[in-house]
Design a protein around this ligand. Structure first.
Ligand SMILES: NC(=O)c1ccc[n+]([C@@H]2O[C@H](COP(=O)([O-])OP(=O)(O)OC[C@H]3O[C@@H](n4cnc5c(N)ncnc54)[C@H](OP(=O)(O)O)[C@@H]3O)[C@@H](O)[C@H]2O)c1
Length: 330
């Protein structure tokens, strides 16, 4: 197995970005953190671009940024970092950026979704850059303020300026990723890894296992409280051990009874989910998932809202609330 070498701050020159006007579209978790970190790192001029009536305008203004419309950002900036919700990228591009954009303006993304699955079809005159700080947006700022950073991944899909690689690396350095390590990737790799990870393992997979475990114990006659503690509430402790020590390290830190039993069933569970995971890979790489999600977004997210209410209505949520109240967590 070969793993790529990391780049660090001392390997990267920030100056290509220091000469630029950069507009950041969106002031959510990533947008705010990118804008603050890049400004603190000395990037030339950072504008924040928000939609009409945006609830984020007050926060961006009080953080000291010039807030402009999406059209003005497209007209003024050398690079636009699109940090709005992925499913809205197609409409943002078609309605605001494409009709107003300064010739040669480069595009920067922190997730491969909208380029890889065709929501945006960029013209040939622009750099198309992925600069992904891997983690939630809030952590991009928190780690930077503490003097650290998140792992960064960069890719260039188009290099019209001849400096796209340098801009990508400088952008990640400005976010603080050069303190942790910066690695090459591709839009395709980042998009599939991120989406498969969240659907199959971190969110969809984990919730399915937890919910199934809870239901199986309750059907076997156990109290919902006991079932909840052992299948949902304690996930945090195992996740923390894996984060800090890896899977083998987690196994070494738990009881031998738990370890022996878990090794015994891991393969059976893996065999059962493998075909589902393979289906997810096809669904994502074919673009079918992206098309479904954009279609739902265009229907005011009706499917998402329905799924959200079904999840919130599960009996397990009432058990969880009872436990958290008893523990003083809510
Ligand atoms: N690399 C990684 O590991 C990683 C992790 C998480 C997220 N991401 C990526 O980061 C990007 C932003 O995610 P986030 O977590 O920061 O999202 P977020 O907190 O939900 O913020 C989304 C922002 O998008 C804006 N927005 C939504 N619809 C819009 C529209 N139609 N026009 C203009 N602006 C619109 C919202 O504007 P208002 O403020 O006006 O509501 C908000 O400021 C996405 O591409 C996401 O995939 C990457």
């Amino acid at each position: 197995m070969t793993l790529p070498d990391a780049l660090y701050d001392h390997d990267i020159d920030l100056s290509p970005l220091q000469a630029c006007t950069l507009a950041i579209i969106g002031y959510g978790n990533h947008g705010r953190s990118h804008a603050l970190n890049l400004r603190d790192s000395g990037v030339g001029k950072v504008l924040v671009a928000l939609r009409e009536g945006s609830p984020s305008r007050g926060k961006a203004t009080s953080d000291g940024f010039d807030v402009v419309s999406l059209g003005e950002a497209a007209a003024r900036a050398d690079y636009i970092s699109i940090l709005a919700a992925d499913e809205a990228h197609g409409a943002i591009w078609t309605d605001h950026v494409a009709p107003n954009r300064k010739a040669g303006q480069g595009l920067i993304f922190c997730h491969g979704f909208s380029i890889e699955y065709g929501l945006i079809d960029p013209p040939a005159d622009c750099d198309v850059i992925l600069a992904a700080a891997k983690g939630p947006g809030g952590a991009v700022r928190e780690s930077f303020v503490r003097g650290g950073g998140l792992t960064g991944f960069w890719a260039t899909q188009q290099d019209a300026s001849g400096q796209a690689d340098d801009i990508a690396k400088a952008y990640l350095k400005g976010l603080g990723c050069g303190r942790a390590g910066i690695f090459p990737t591709s839009f395709r790799e980042e998009a599939l890894a991120d989406i498969l990870g969240e659907q199959a393992v971190l969110v969809g997979g984990m919730c399915a296992l937890a919910r199934q475990g809870y239901e199986t114990l309750v059907e076997a006659g156990l109290s919902p409280l006991m079932a909840y503690i052992d299948t949902v509430h304690e996930l945090k402790y195992i996740a923390e051990l894996i984060h800090m020590r890896g899977i083998a390290g987690m196994y070494a830190a738990i009881s031998d009874t738990a370890e022996f039993g878990a090794h015994g069933v891991e393969a059976r569970i893996a065999d059962a989910v493998k075909p589902v995971f393979e289906d997810i890979v096809s669904d994502v790489t074919s673009g079918a998932f992206a098309r479904r999600w954009v279609a739902d977004f265009e229907q005011d997210r009706a499917g998402l809202h329905a799924a959200r209410s079904r999840a919130a209505g599960h009996e397990l949520e009432a058990t969880g609330r009872y436990l958290r109240q008893a523990l003083g967590l809510e």
